[in-house]
Write a protein that binds this ligand. Structure first.
Ligand code: AMP
Length: 221
C-alpha cells in the first residue's frame, strides 16, 4: 500500500504521518527530513540542496527521484510506504509511478490536507521542530526539549515569512497541478479538513482513507 500525503507547507502532514503510518503499519518517507539530514551531514547532495531549501524553492526532481528509488528499494519498504512531502511536481508524479511500477506497485491513494493560507502562515510562524528527530511543534519555543527524543527544538530557516510566502507560491505553481495528474490517471483522491485537534485530524485521515478503499485492515491502536 503506497499513499501520498498531499498539502501545502504547514498543513500537518509531518504531524500526522507517524500516526497514520502506525495505524496502517507502513513506514513513512519524508523527503524534507531526508534532505535536512543530508544538509546536516554535509553530503554533496545536502550541500547542493541547501540553497533551494533555505529559499523555499523545490529541490530538482532528479535528486528527489534518486532518493525515492534508493529508499523504496530497501526491504523495510517492501509492503508499502506513506509518502510525506513527495510528490510535489508533475515530473515527480510520473517518476514515482515508474519507480513504484518497477516494484510491481502504484500509488493507491492521495490524501489531501486542506487548510487555508492564513492558518498556515500562522502555524508556520509559531512552528519549531526537533533538530534531531524532526518532530514538529506549534507554540513551543526554540531551545525547549523534544517530547519524543529529548533533542533541542529549533526554528526552520524556511519557516521565516519570506520563505513561507515563496513556498506557498511554489505550491500553487508547481505542486497543485499534481492533483489533476492523479485525477487523470484514475488514482483515488481523498480530501480532509485538516484544521482541528491532532487526534481529530488523524481520525478524519483514517476514515477518508478507508472511504477511498485503503487501510481497512489497519492495526488497532
Ligand atoms: P518539507 O519538510 O516537506 O516542508 O520540505 C522542506 C524543503 O525540502 C522544501 O521546501 C523543498 O526545498 C525540499 N523538498 C522536500 N521534498 C521535496 C520534493 N518532493 N521535491 C522538491 N523539493 C523537496
Amino acid at each position: 500500500m503506497d499513499i501520498v500525503l498531499f498539502g501545502k507547507p504547514g498543513a500537518g502532514k509531518g504531524t500526522q504521518a507517524p500516526r497514520i503510518a502506525a495505524a496502517l503499519d507502513v513506514p513513512t518517507v519524508a523527503t524534507g527530513d531526508v534532505l535536512r539530514g543530508a544538509v546536516r551531514a554535509g553530503t554533496p547532495m545536502g550541500l547542493a540542496a541547501k540553497a533551494y531549501m533555505d529559499r523555499g524553492d523545490l529541490v530538482p526532481d532528479d535528486v528527489i527521484l534518486g532518493i525515492m528509488k534508493e529508499t523504496l528499494g530497501k526491504g523495510e519498504f517492501a509492503k508499502g510506504s506513506l509518502l510525506d512531502g513527495v510528490v510535489r511536481t508533475t515530473p515527480q508524479a510520473e517518476g514515482m509511478s515508474r519507480v513504484l511500477a518497477e516494484l510491481g506497485r502504484n500509488v493507491d491513494a492521495v490524501l489531501v490536507f486542506d487548510v487555508d493560507d492564513d492558518e498556515l502562515v500562522q502555524r508556520l510562524g509559531s512552528r519549531t521542530v526537533c533538530e534531531q528527530c524532526q518532530t514538529p511543534y506549534t507554540g513551543r519555543q526554540a531551545g525547549e526539549r523534544c517530547e519524543n527524543c529529548g533533542g533541542t527544538l529549533m526554528r526552520r530557516k524556511d519557516d521565516e515569512p519570506e520563505a513561507v510566502r515563496n513556498r506557498l507560491a511554489v505550491y500553487q505553481r508547481q505542486t497543485a497541478p499534481v492533483l489533476a495528474w492523479y485525477q487523470e490517471h484514475g488514482t483515488r483522491i481523498a480530501t480532509i479538513n485538516a484544521v482541528g485537534s491532532v487526534d481529530e485530524v488523524t481520525r478524519r485521515a483514517l476514515d477518508a482513507l478507508r472511504g477511498a478503499g485503503v487501510g481497512g485492515g489497519e492495526k488497532r491502536r
